[in-house]
Each structure stands twice: as structure tokens, then as C-alpha cells.
Design a protein around this ligand. Structure first.
Ligand SMILES: Nc1ncnc2c1ncn2[C@@H]1O[C@H](COP(=O)(O)OP(=O)(O)OP(=O)(O)O)[C@@H](O)[C@H]1O
Ligand SMILES: [Mg+2]
Length: 455
């Protein structure tokens, strides 16, 4: 079952000698979109380069066997490593130089593993964000030019901005534009957080950070998102998906601009700008008591609405299509008029993101055949139409499914955080034991998912 707890699907490379670490990792992450690659019998240095996993898990026994030094490995392969060890870092500082910040004890629990992987995945996602490889923002239509002008006018101020717009219209792009045009904050980080995928049990630790030893498994101090964004922009994506009880926690920090790490007394003063985005109608959510009015007013000091592609018209559709086609294949000639007409006359329910996918598919057809094959290209657009019609009926289903996945993630994380004790978990999320049991049945959450706890 695919579970979108992580921003992208993850490959985790495990190198461990003769233990069951890979099995336990695979088991703990079995319901997530994660692939565990085992090093058994592979030539590590060669294979790891071709596989390009996102995260590596290494047993320190590999280092102890003297096959290579940890420094060499880290220098050669720029990816985060989780070191699995028998003893704590302080017990043997020689084995764990300072850069080994991610350490799991050999008897790790599923909760500890998920927490670490979730954090690393979020960091990887932030580092891969398009701000690091700036691409032009295409805005030729009048309504889009007006929006960009408005964004630029408000960019160099401290006020919070709420960006609204349908899925795939480019809300994150506008958030990056605001960041890049700020006199001071552009020199700091742009930290993007998907608020729709934060499990309860991890919320405080991820946003506020934690002090060393704040809870079992907190081997080192960790900066939360607020602190990571200090001096820059905190981008709260999908803010409308944040449940009410998490909204109140955010509000406190946003109002005071100070954060206190879990397990610490010290208040840390911060300076950052908040940009939030949503494809929901937040005002309506406020009226329906699904979104806190005070948080809404705190976030929406400036409101920007990104028009959808249909409103932008053929001028933007063609400009974006042509630019994206050029990105897929360097030597592609200008597309013929009939193809541009097809683009101009199509509706893209998934907006720029969907148009990008179409451009990619058309680019592949051209690359394979060396001609603009009308029959095959027509088929790409016909599929688009049928998808769109299907969307009308399936929209609700999709939305419901997304919401359910988020709820399932939250329940698993709460179970994790409470050692899979149902009474404590139910209490922590404010529902009865019976309701929790019903939800576990509905979302097919089995106690066996907690197998790491019993190890
Ligand atoms: N004006 C634009 N010019 C070029 N590329 C764009 C433009 N707007 C969006 N894109 C591209 O389209 C894709 C979707 O954009 P983005 O992620 O910013 O949309 P979004 O509104 O945040 O979507 P979602 O609601 O799904 O979070 C990205 O690949 C982005 O780079
Ligand atoms: Mg987005």
C-alpha cells in the first residue's frame, strides 16, 4: 500500500553485515512509499553510485571491520547516513565523529526509525526544492502579470502572505519569488513544510525541535522547522489541511516569534517571514469552524490568489508548454501550429503540473520518432480529456482518500508515540478507545506494524 507520509518515494540503502537490520527497516516502513535496497553481496562503492539512494543506513560494524573509513564514505557519497550502533555516541566518541548526527541504537523501535527517516526525508525535500535551481516563472497573460507585480510589490516586507489557488497553479513558485525578492530574508533559508503530512506524534519535535535527551531516541539536539527558517522564509504548504489542535500550536509561535524546544526551558527568539499556501477556501473553513479565525488573520495579512491555467488563457498555456518542451529535449524544433492549437484548446484540471506532464510525454514521442506524430500526440490529449471528465465524478473520492491517508498516518504516529498502547493513544488524540479501534479497523492498521517495539 502506498502511503504518502514522505514528500517523495524514498530508496533506503542498507549495509549491515550479518544482522536483521534491513528486515526490520523493511517491516517498520512496509506501509510507506519506501524501497529498501540491501547491500548484500554488492560492491558498495560501485553500486551505490548507480543506485543513487536517498538515505543510507550503515551498521557501524561495517566500519569496525575496517573495509573503509567513515570519512571516506561520507565524502564520496553525499547522502545522509543513519549509523546503527551498539553503544551510544558518548560511550565511544572515536567511533562517532561530530558529523554522525543520525544514530540509531541497535535495538531501535519502529517509532524511532520513522521519526529519523521522516526528518531526513523532509530535509532532503527542502534541499531539492526548486529554489536551488531557479527556473523562470512564465507569466505572459495579463492576470498572471498582475499577480507577479502584486507579489513583487509585497515581497520586501515582513507581513505574512497567504497564497491561494487550485492544485498545480504554481503557489510554491510564488512563495519562492516572495523569498527571492526580500532584501534580507533572501539571504537566509527557504524552508518548505507540507502541513498535510505531519503526524501528531512528531508535530512538536518537527516544528519546535527538541533538546538532547528530551525523549527516548533523542540522542542529539534537533532544530525544528521554525528555527531552521530563522533569518529566512518558512513556507507552510497545504496549511488548510492542518487539524485544529495543531493550528493552535502554530499560532502561539507565530504570535510570539519565539520557540522553546521540547525538553528545554530556554526560549529562542526568531526572525523569519511566514508564507502559507492552500488550495482550500480558508474563509469558508473559518466559517465552518474548521480553521481558526485567529490563525487565518495572522497568516492572511496579504492574500494572493494564483489564477488557474484556464483563466490565464492560451497565451500562458502555449508559453509554458513551449518552455517545458524545450527543457525535456535540448534540440527540439518549434512545435507545429496544430500542436499549439491543441494545447491552447485543452483544459488542464491539474493546471501547470499537468501541462508539464503533457509536455514531457510529447517530448518523449518526438525524441523516439524524430517527428511530431499526430496520432500518438492526439492520444496524449484525448487521455487528458477523459481524465478530466473522470475527475468531475472522482474529485470527491480523491479528496476523501487524501484526507483518510493523512488521518491514517496521524493514527500510526500517535500509536508509535504511545508504544501502541490503545488506551494511551486514544487519550492522546482525544477519542475513545472504541473509536480508535474502529478507525484502526477502517484504515487496516494492524498491531503487527509495531513489530519493531517488540524486538
Ligand atoms: N509560471 C510557471 N512557469 C513555469 N513553471 C511553473 C509555473 N508555475 C508552476 N510551474 C511548475 O509547475 C509545477 C507545479 O507548481 P507548484 O508546485 O508551485 O504548484 P502548487 O500550486 O504549489 O501545487 P499544489 O497545490 O499541488 O501544491 C512545478 O513543477 C512548477 O515548477
Ligand atoms: Mg504546492
Amino acid at each position: 500500500m502506498e502511503n504518502k507520509l514522505f514528500p517523495e518515494s524514498l530508496d533506503i540503502y542498507v549495509w549491515e553485515g550479518k544482522s536483521d537490520i534491513a528486515d526490520r527497516i523493511a517491516h517498520c516502513l512496509s506501509s510507506f512509499d519506501v524501497q529498501v535496497i540491501r547491500a548484500d553481496g554488492m560492491s558498495v562503492t560501485r553500486d551505490i553510485v548507480s543506485l543513487r539512494p536517498s538515505i543510507a543506513v550503515m551498521s557501524v560494524s561495517v566500519i569496525d571491520r575496517g573495509e573503509f573509513s567513515a570519512e571516506d564514505w561520507q565524502k564520496a557519497h553525499c547522502m545522509p547516513v543513519i549509523w546503527v550502533a551498539e553503544v551510544g555516541r558518548t560511550a565511544n566518541p572515536r567511533v562517532y565523529p561530530t558529523e554522525y548526527s543520525h544514530i540509531l541504537m541497535r535495538d531501535f523501535t519502529c517509532a524511532e526509525l520513522r521519526m529519523l527517516v521522516f526528518r531526513l526525508a523532509a530535509e532532503l525535500h527542502a534541499n531539492n526544492a526548486p529554489e536551488h535551481k531557479p527556473q523562470p516563472l512564465i507569466a505572459q497573460s495579463e492576470c498572471m502579470q498582475a499577480l507577479v507585480a502584486e507579489a513583487e510589490a509585497f515581497a520586501d516586507c515582513e507581513s505574512s502572505v497567504l497564497i491561494m489557488g487550485e492544485t498545480g497553479v504554481g503557489k510554491e513558485r510564488i512563495a519562492q519569488l516572495l523569498h527571492q525578492r526580500h532584501g534580507r530574508y533572501r539571504l537566509g533559508p527557504f524552508v518548505a513544510v507540507n502541513c498535510g503530512a505531519i503526524p501528531d506524534g512528531l508535530f512538536e519535535s518537527l516544528f519546535f525541535g527538541h533538546a538532547k535527551g528530551a525523549f527516548t531516541g533523542a540522542l542529539l539536539a534537533h532544530k525544528g522547522y521554525f528555527e531552521q527558517a530563522d533569518g529566512g522564509t518558512l513556507f507552510l504548504d497545504e496549511i488548510g489541511d492542518l487539524p485544529l489542535y495543531q493550528q493552535v500550536k502554530l499560532l502561539r509561535v507565530l504570535e510570539q516569534s519565539t520557540v522553546t524546544r521540547l525538553g528545554s526551558q530556554a526560549e529562542i527568539k526568531l526572525d523569519f517571514r511566514v508564507v502559507a499556501a492552500t488550495n482550500r477556501n480558508l474563509r469558508e473553513q473559518v466559517q465552518q469552524d474548521m480553521f481558526r479565525a485567529d490563525l487565518y488573520y495572522r497568516l492572511a495579512v496579504i492574500e494572493l490568489r494564483v489564477p488557474n491555467l484556464q483563466e490565464r488563457g492560451s497565451i500562458d498555456k502555449i508559453a509554458i508548454f513551449s518552455a517545458l518542451l524545450g527543457q525535456t529535449y535540448d534540440e527540439i524544433p518549434a512545435p507545429p501550429d496544430w500542436l499549439l492549437d491543441l494545447v491552447a484548446n485543452s483544459r488542464f484540471a491539474g493546471n501547470v503540473r499537468e501541462l508539464r506532464n503533457v509536455a514531457e510525454r510529447v517530448g518523449i514521442i518526438y525524441r523516439q520518432l524524430g517527428v511530431w506524430d499526430k496520432v500518438r500526440i492526439d492520444r496524449v490529449f484525448t487521455m487528458l480529456g477523459s481524465l478530466e471528465r473522470a475527475d468531475d465524478t472522482n474529485d470527491l473520492l480523491v479528496v476523501r482518500k487524501k484526507g483518510e491517508l493523512a488521518e491514517r498516518n496521524r493514527i500510526i504516529a500517535a500509536l508509535d508515540a504511545n508504544g501502541w498502547r490503545r488506551q494511551d493513544t486514544a487519550h492522546a488524540i482525544g477519542i475513545s478507545r472504541k473509536v480508535l479501534w474502529e478507525k484502526m479497523r477502517k484504515f487496516q492498521i494492524a498491531d503487527t506494524e509495531a513489530v519493531g517495539e517488540a524486538d
